[in-house]
Ligand binder design. Sequence first.
Ligand code: FAD
Length: 420
Amino acid sequence: MKEPASSRSAGAVDLLIVGGGINGAGIARDAAGRGLSVMLVEQDDLASHTSSASTKLVHGGLRYLETYDFRLVRESLIERETLLAIAPHIIRPLAFVLPHAGGLRPAWMIRLGLFLYDHIGGRRRLPGSFGVRLGGQGYGEGLDPAIGRGFVYADCRVDDARLVVLNALDAAANGAAIRTRTRLASARREGAEWRAALLDTVSGEVTEIAARAIVNAAGPWVGAMLGRIEPAAPHPEPRLVKGSHIIVPRRFGGEHAFILQNPDGRVLFMIPYEEDFTLIGTTDIPWRGDPSAPSIGDEEIAYLCAGVNRYLAHPIGPRDVVHSYSGIRALHDDGAASASRVTRDYLLRLDADPGGPPLLSVFGGKITTYRRLAEEALEKAIGPAASRPPSSTGSCAAGPSCLRMSRSASPAPMARGSGS
Ligand SMILES: Cc1cc2nc3c(=O)[nH]c(=O)nc-3n(C[C@H](O)[C@H](O)[C@H](O)COP(=O)(O)OP(=O)(O)OC[C@H]3O[C@@H](n4cnc5c(N)ncnc54)[C@H](O)[C@@H]3O)c2cc1C
């Protein structure tokens, strides 16, 4: 006979992680590799929210140099090198063409930005930036031929959802329990431990688990998650910002992407997508309400079309859109006036009474920086145990080669020269 739902116990773990996006999965992998007992709970499926709705770039974020986020850019560029080394089968070099547009950022400013981008992040595997002639040919094919020149620099693209799954698989290989369709319903402190109630969202069954620490990597639900904690404590609300992409039939040849300056100071990306398509994004729209199923608005489609039409030889319109997707950024609110200026850096907030079990909440972050975030999160949440060496299973904590699936999958070199 089935036990009464609320009386079942799922045992005890060192670390209970809430959220199966890139941050939760990355922390699970790192923690399990260090020999901690770990359970990750995800209310839906792995990577079913923000971590599969990104622009799919592993990048330093050229634009963040303008907001003086040098630490973030440097850390991201260093991580770009590491990720390219450990997962070359799902992270690939991508050339970005930045057409020079009159009346926007002057050429000297772009050159300076690219010089910094080339040099502050220990670049080893990717080529440096250079200037190019466009004029509707080579790297300029598909663009208005009146755009005469531009710049080319290197970044990387990633299969974002697969990166999450690979981290979860590696965590599981090191003993972590990965529970999808499982929601943390509530958690309360009892002495030095947490007692958490986990709801199986398919069967409705509730189990209880004890944990030495909880990591709240619930992405857009990070604030809602804090509302499930007893006793309740005051906490900052994240700044939720929707970002949308459209997909249209392919607009240009070659394997490179474009980064396009917009008159509002933002940049838009145009990236080759699935052979026959072009991915265009993104927007920054303040978001209130349920983060579970955001969708693109007509004004976002109009904004993205207008943004790329400033550069394309043949303009696009809403009728060309074959698909779209939207995600919610849960940013650390730094008080910036506009959504696009809010920092993309992460903030780790630790709540711990003396002698009580810690709760660590993740605000913000990027796919690119998930490994560093995981390391810092563990140091904060677990303390000295985080410096334990990797387990004796032969896998490393977060070091090179863990995500490499095949020895033959080495990164393709990025061609320099014409855009084909
Ligand atoms: C439009 C857009 C473009 C972006 N582009 C890039 C890019 O190109 N490169 C880059 O580096 N970064 C990019 N980012 C940022 C990056 O996507 C996010 O920082 C990252 O995916 C956040 O991951 P996460 O794990 O924190 O959140 P999520 O992926 O949202 O994961 C959180 C998970 O927690 C689960 N959860 C919530 N509450 C509970 C609960 N009570 N119990 C159990 N589970 C729960 C949710 O179901 C969810 O799956 C982009 C973001 C957006 C929105």
